[in-house]
Write a protein that binds this ligand. Structure first.
Ligand code: AMP
Length: 174
């Protein structure tokens, strides 16, 4: 039986020199890999009480939606600038490569709701920090952040020290 790690293909120097790109499409394109990924992510939420699952574009949607469906929770997409049609709040942040702005619909989170954030991978933590700030701007409380993959060498846990973080697979380097 293959481990989840066996389904992840690493591409050196993509999309820029020096980046080791951890590809999750190779997980999704295998039925066993897909089930394993969703089941292992879902285990990270055992015992966690929450109201809303919010995922960041775009791979956070791929892993967030099956979890939200399984757990009968609402799913909220946090999207790149300009994609959401109704009133939004926005946040600009730095990426491992470049900068970006993300947005959330203003009515997607109600004050006091407990929110879990999900993405496929955490690198520097910049995306998640911005996502958490958006949730908090709407009055939500981030109770957990979950990831399929964590690149521990980029030390996201330092900038996200106020949050509870869990990952299925941790790579020690970048
Ligand atoms: P960060 O904001 O630095 O934590 O970057 C996280 C986002 O960038 C996630 O949405 C990832 O999908 C993507 N990302 C960053 N670094 C990598 C990498 N080495 N391999 C694959 N995806 C990455």
């Amino acid at each position: 039986m293959k481990k989840l790690e066996d389904y992840i293909i690493t591409i050196p120097d993509f999309p820029e020199p020096g980046i080791q790109f951890r590809d999750v499409t190779s997980v999704l394109q295998n039925g066993d890999g897909l089930c394993l990924a969703i089941n292992r992510l879902q285990e990270l939420l055992d015992g966690v009480s929450f109201d809303v699952l919010a995922g960041t574009e775009s791979r956070g949607f791929l892993f967030g939606m099956p979890l939200a469906y399984n757990l009968h929770k609402p799913f909220v997409p946090i999207r790149k600038k300009g994609k959401l049609p109704r009133e939004t709040v926005a946040k600009e942040f730095s990426l491992e490569y470049g900068t970006a702005t993300i947005e959330i619909h203003k009515d997607a989170i109600l004050p006091g709701q407990k929110v879990v954030l999900i993405d496929d991978l955490i690198a520097t933590g910049g995306t998640m920090k911005a996502a958490a700030e958006l949730v908090e701007e709407l009055g939500g409380e981030v109770v957990k952040m979950i990831f399929l993959i964590e690149l521990a060498g980029l030390k996201a846990r330092e900038i996200l020290k106020d949050y509870s973080i869990a990952s299925v697979i941790t790579y020690e380097g970048k």
